[in-house]
Design a protein around this ligand. Structure first.
Ligand code: HEM
Length: 239
């Protein structure tokens, strides 16, 4: 008998996710190449120098970085135009936190992943995780950081882009803040991204969730076990 599957992602959701991931990769690769400070260069000065010579100099590298950034923003504008309803659903799910259920989930999940169920029992805690909805609290925390961080990166990126062309000396303080916030937001989202990629693509128990980012659907048993409150809604037709 074919497995019962539930729809989780629309084609436009899948498109924007992988478009965003591809842009992030290219923006990180080109952005790190723009850093010209041996004291903070993550890969040493060899990588920026090699990348700059590959694209014909630092000015070209900056133009490429800016062009990918503008394309990234336009991709989201396109997605909002095509699936505004989907974006609203996503934002509502991600920013709805139920402290009584989600905070214990987060705490227990971290203990389970590091020390195991015995540790929770020794603390007098039930090792079973509280039921979660469409997203679990870990996914929500990363999504919140990547949305807020993404908006900061886009706005500060546009400020820096315009500063090269139109702003005068009186804007120096604003540009200084834009540079600092751009770096901080990239750092915070990148830290979350390492965990996100591990949880979403490497951890075997999340494999059906990973496949759903290509097929759009998840098996019934996975939905029931990982997203029980969402599964309940799907089973009762959304009531
Ligand atoms: C190799 C890179 C990536 C992989 C393998 C990956 C994998 C996944 C998967 C499998 C999901 C679906 C989870 C589910 O609905 O059950 C997902 C969701 C999501 N991804 Fe990614 N992703 C990658 C890169 C990124 C990047 C670069 C960002 C943003 C900076 C991002 C942001 C999100 C968000 C906000 C969600 C929804 C919330 C969540 O599930 O955490 N992803 N990703």
């Amino acid at each position: 008998m074919p497995k019962l599957m539930h729809k989780r992602h629309d084609a436009s959701d899948i498109f924007i996710h992988w478009f965003n991931a591809a842009c992030w990769l290219l923006l990180l690769l080109t952005g790190v190449g723009l850093i010209q400070n041996p004291a903070i260069d993550p890969f040493g000065s060899g990588y920026p120098a090699a990348l700059r010579s590959l694209v014909g100099g630092g000015t070209n590298l900056l133009v490429i970085h800016e062009a990918i950034g503008v394309l990234w923003i336009l991709g989201f504008v396109f997605y909002l135009a095509v699936n505004f309803k989907g974006a609203r659903f996503f934002l509502a799910e991600v920013f709805t936190v139920s402290p009584g259920r989600d905070l214990p989930w987060m705490f227990k999940k971290m203990v389970l992943m590091t020390l195991g169920p015995k540790a929770l029992k020794t603390m007098g805690q039930d090792p079973n995780l509280p039921e979660q909805g469409y997203y679990n609290m870990g996914q929500k925390a990363f999504a919140q950081a990547s949305i807020v961080g993404g908006v900061i990166i886009a706005v500060t990126g546009v400020v820096m882009l315009l500063s090269d062309r139109t702003f005068g000396a009186e804007s120096t303080v604003m540009i200084g803040w834009a540079v600092a916030l751009h770096f901080i937001a990239v750092g915070v989202v990148f830290a979350g991204l390492l965990v996100h990629i591990y949880m979403a693509a490497i951890s075997p128990e999340e494999r059906p969730g990973f496949r759903s980012m290509f097929t759009g659907v998840v098996p019934d048993d996975y939905a029931k076990h990982h997203h029980r409150l969402w599964w309940d809604k799907v089973r009762t037709g959304g009531k």
